[in-house]
Write a new protein. Structure first.
Length: 61
């Protein structure tokens, strides 16, 4: 399993992670990305790579 965290202070709501995640983990909530389907994460770290604000961390748990 993976823990996906979005730093809301850094997130600008650009939606890059939402479009890039193969498992549809993220949704936009109040203008920020929220990892609503964290159980679906496969740990590919595509979201980490595409986020221009370096707001996402993925940790194996
Ligand atoms: S690591 Fe991959 S599967 Fe997990 S949230 Fe990021 S893009 Fe989605
Ligand atoms: S890619 Fe980064 S800045 Fe853009 S919505 Fe996702 S977490 Fe926020």
């Amino acid at each position: 399993m993976y823990q996906v965290d979005v730093d809301k202070e850094k997130c600008t709501g650009c939606e890059e992670c939402i479009g890039a995640c193969p498992s549809s983990v993220f949704e936009l909530e109040d203008g920020k990305s929220e990892p609503v389907e964290m159980d679906e994460c496969i740990g590919c770290e595509t979201c980490v790579e595409v986020c221009p604000e370096e707001a996402i961390t993925v940790t194996e748990i």
